[in-house]
Write a protein that binds this ligand. Sequence first.
Ligand SMILES: Cc1ncc(COP(=O)(O)O)c(C=O)c1O
Length: 434
Amino acid sequence: MASRKTNFQNQKLSVDDVTLVDFRDSDSEDLFEVADVFCDFLAEAMRRKFMVYAQPMMSGPKTEFQVYDRNTQSVRQFLNFCSYNYLGYSYHPEVMQAVKDTIDVFGTGAVSAPLFSGYSYLIQQLEEAVAELKGKEAAVVFSTGYVTNLGVLSALLHPGDIAVLDILSHASISDGVRLGGADIKVFAHNNPQHLEKVLKGLKGKRVMVCVEGVYSMDGDTANLPEIIPICKKYGAKILVDEAHASLIFGEKGGGVAEHFGLEDQVDIAIGTFSKSFGAIGGFAAGSENLMTYLRMYANSYVFSCAMAPHTAAGILKVMELFKRDGSEREKLWENTHYMHAHLKEAGLDIAETKSQVVPVMAGSDLRLREISTRIQAKGLSTGVVAYPAVSKNKARMRLSVSSKHTKEQMDRCVSIIKEVFDSMEGWEPGQNEE
Ligand SMILES: Cc1ncc(COP(=O)(O)O)c(C=O)c1O
């Protein structure tokens, strides 16, 4: 995304005319003035009750939780379709016990970078478990998924190299490429023909193609059976970020690449522990040599504190539970199919989702603002995704389905959304101005 400067001078800003991207950069003489202008916008957004982001959670990410609602200035019970706790593992009693037991021995944090004293034997075990899950020789555990992409891509791609990204790729991927100084080219979402056209024009360059297993805003899956052969044909390396697909797709939970039987064709498998694993952290998996290299040259690994030992212990317990009993994932798929069918039946547009990540298309940013305020008032918490996270007229609610949702909760979710969408009939931007 090209950086664009906004000229705020002498302009009377209307909250209905600007979006978050307008505050990325300004051409003001004062470096910090943009923050003041942004805070004016925010105050107005709060007054109009459509600032639904970052409200303090007062309880854990279960299917119903307590949230401090800024609009009512009170703690309210919400139906939760917003957490990435797809398999509910963050509050599984055995996982919580493993975490508590490890804190008793290791204390609360690693308190050192992994190349020094931060690399606990639990992280080593976790890396071995991840390599097995991904069908790769080795893996490296990072402190978040975001810094995994940052570290891996900036270590491997440099000026003169090219990263070819699906246009819907996560910000951590483009940020990582930019940090290394390589150029970015994009191809149309999940479109192998367009990918081929782009690669054809890059002969003689070192190229890495980056895609996601399950797309984080759309819930559809990468067309790897067509994309991978094209990468091979043009000698491009391929990185697949399976943040939302790990433990969900593939017989052993490896992700979409495993689902298609293509694990061994992927050069670098990326993932995060912040979704189905119910924790925090990220990983890269690939050849032994590549992982050994990343340990020394991925700056976000080398110059950052290691994952806390208790986090690694909790994730290892999740992986053990997942291997022992597949019923949690079966339940998630049952719930996912139920939600797809019922949302469609209610006449809602859920785009091309094939997974537990379910967009409900809302139209413009302004329409989404109004919808999300009304939905929140009815006690439903969903992702609210607007420009620049998605393109301008593709704003959406994003639902995260969990194996722990009951039928009653799913029915309630669909009926709140339908009621609110129906209530938008005839709504025009600006009409709710006080
Ligand atoms: C595709 C993708 N990659 C990376 C990340 C970053 O992961 P984390 O939240 O663990 O930093 C996300 C987070 O949503 C994601 O969707």
